[in-house]
Design a protein around this ligand. Structure first.
Ligand code: PGA
Length: 251
């Protein structure tokens, strides 16, 4: 049985004080015995304090991005080693906003994946089609391409550190969710694609999260699908009560 995972992507929200307030509320309200892996991803500047704040809790901290180089003249960037140095153990890579607004290509993401693995970070690897791809019925091909270009060079052992997050771009922040059936259909396709390339030991164990307008009122039905192993939550992760309800829906 794969574990369920619920991760909150806070994006560019919450200053230092707001981060502390939300973390305190989560510590109070989240069940400490949840059989769900819980991850939060505040902004870079609040990662160190979040790690300290959550030290004795069951909540893990992820970064929302990192640079692929070990170090160097990359003004404004953050390396994998800088993340692990402050106790961050996971990183979100390939979010559609990074792909669209910061020109992150599959090749760049492949390098980021390698740099993260070299530092033993757990990777939440995001991918997903745009509405035009679904309308043109090319969404399965596109998903296979995104996976193969950034992840198919990996070795079987690397998959212990990979969490997949399928996020149809048309469902992110739009209030438009993939139906539970659409999510299951794509998640089964993703698992099959991984199975063909890496075999069942990888495909049966890799967690595949769904992301895109997951809310307290739709989470349970989406999470009940056999190939959906939890969610990557944006907007609803910014309100403690909503995030807690979504975690509980995964239990
Ligand atoms: P959303 O964002 O839940 O606000 O749609 C999801 C995401 O971008 O990860």
């Amino acid at each position: 049985m794969r574990d369920k995972i619920v991760a909150g992507n806070w994006k560019m929200h919450k200053n230092a004080e707001e981060t502390e307030d939300l973390l305190n509320e989560l510590i109070d309200k989240l069940p400490s015995d949840a059989a769900v892996h819980i991850i939060v991803a505040p902004s870079f500047v609040n990662l160190a304090s979040a790690v300290q704040h959550l030290e004795f809790t069951n909540i893990n901290v992820a970064a929302q991005n990192m640079h692929q180089a070990k170090s160097g003249a990359f003004t404004g960037e953050v390396s994998a080693e800088m993340l692990t140095g402050i106790g961050v153990n996971s990183v979100i890579l390939g979010h559609s906003e990074r792909r669209a607004y910061f020109n992150e290509t599959s090749e760049i993401l492949k390098n980021k994946v390698d740099a993260a693995l070299a530092n033993d970070l757990v990777i939440i690897f995001c991918f997903g089609e745009e509405l035009k791809d679904r309308q043109a019925n090319t969404h399965f091909d596109l998903i296979e391409k995104q996976l193969s270009e950034s992840l198919f060079h990996l070795q079987e052992k690397d998959w212990a550190n990979i969490i997949l997050a399928y996020e149809p771009v048309w469902a992110i922040g739009t209030g438009e969710t993939a139906s539970p059936e659409q999510a299951q259909e794509m998640h089964a396709f993703i698992r099959k694609t991984i199975d063909v390339k890496f075999g069942p030991a990888v495909s049966q164990n890799v967690a595949i999260l769904y992301g895109g307008s997951v809310k307290p009122d739709n989470a349970k039905e989406i999470f009940s699908k056999p190939d959906v192993d939890g969610g990557l939550i944006g907007g609803a992760a910014l309100k403690a009560d909503d995030f807690v309800a979504i975690v509980k829906a995964a239990m």
